[in-house]
Design a binder for this molecule. Structure first.
Ligand SMILES: NC(=O)c1ccc[n+]([C@@H]2O[C@H](COP(=O)([O-])OP(=O)(O)OC[C@H]3O[C@@H](n4cnc5c(N)ncnc54)[C@H](OP(=O)(O)O)[C@@H]3O)[C@@H](O)[C@H]2O)c1
Length: 271
């Protein structure tokens, strides 16, 4: 199947079903109404060995499992409480996963970025906007989404020879829980009307939730992109990231070292 802008997650997962069957998949941020849960749902349909649902709220995890079980009652599901805002909790969730003997090592990482990466680079010398004093939310979003892409590249560069693949993904513009925090901005960009309805425009055509997860499915399971480790995908295709800061070959390494400093731990390149 040729995948593109309008492909839904269900279509992509059906076309790639043979590559999903028997796999173990961990998905973060599976809140109802968001991309994570829809991703879990369309994967669960294709006979994976295990779907691990990760979220910070036990209540949302319970709802997410119920939604998955509605479409795929036979698929084994496990819940993981993961609060990414607290490093101690991140480490304890990682220990929990590492203690599960039926969970194999990681072979593909998909990092949800955004075309919003174009709003700005990683500000290596001032990533906290002068301690928050000069904070600009869209530059900060651009920074975080540029970092998602560089991190995927960094994983590919460091661990590619060990068999790990990693991709950065732009899912499209989709109405999810995220939009509730940005209604005024969406109106000012012309992406939403005064009544709160989404509006298509020349530079933004909204996708359905289903269409919003197909690029993730392609990144995770499409064997035809295996030789493009570290790539960025949008609309189910590998895309270039032409911005100047994305061309700097040392970008992934700088981000890796900054991340090590911020989390207080080094992750040496395996020999
Ligand atoms: N929707 C779009 O148009 C769009 C476009 C481009 C990129 N993206 C990217 O897609 C990703 C998913 O977004 P979405 O649209 O699905 O929005 P969403 O429904 O708000 O999903 C975000 C998820 O992240 C979780 N989360 C936030 N902070 C967390 C923390 N500290 N620890 C653990 N989980 C945390 C949220 O949990 P809670 O429910 O507990 O807050 C939620 O499950 C984001 O990275 C976003 O930047 C989305």
């Amino acid at each position: 199947m040729d995948f593109g802008w309008a492909t839904t997650g269900e279509e992509a997962s059906a076309a790639l079903a043979q590559h999903i069957k028997g796999k173990t998949i961990l998905i973060t941020g599976v809140s109802p109404g968001g991309l994570g849960l829809e991703t879990a749902r369309v994967i669960a349909l294709r006979d994976p060995k295990l779907v691990i649902l990760a979220a910070r709220s036990k209540d949302k995890l319970k709802q997410a499992e119920e939604e998955v079980k509605k479409v795929a009652p036979q698929t084994p599901v496990r819940q993981l409480v993961l609060d990414l805002g607290d490093l101690k909790k991140v480490r304890s969730a990682a220990e929990e996963v590492n203690s599960w003997e039926d969970v194999p090592s990681i072979d593909v990482v998909v990092n949800l970025s955004s075309a919003g990466y174009k709003a700005g680079p990683v500000r290596f010398d001032d990533y906290n906007f002068e301690g928050g004093k000069q904070y600009q939310k869209w530059a900060a979003y651009g920074q975080s989404k540029s970092a998602n892409i560089l991190y995927a590249r960094g994983l590919a560069e460091r661990y590619g020879s060990k068999g790990l693949r990693a991709y950065g993904v732009h899912p499209g513009g989709i109405w999810t829980n995220l939009g509730h925090h940005a209604k005024d901005d969406l109106r000012s960009f012309g992406f939403m009307d005064e009544e709160g309805n989404t509006v298509d425009s020349e530079n933004m055509k909204w996708k359905t939730l289903g269409q919003g997860v197909s690029t993730t499915i392609v990144a995770a399971f499409e064997p035809r992109i295996a030789d493009q480790n570290g790539a960025y995908l949008a609309d189910c295709q590998v895309e270039d990231t032409p911005e100047e800061w994305m061309k700097e070959p040392e970008g992934p390494d700088r981000l890796w070292k900054l991340s090590e400093r911020l989390v207080g731990e080094e992750f040496p390149v395996p020999t």
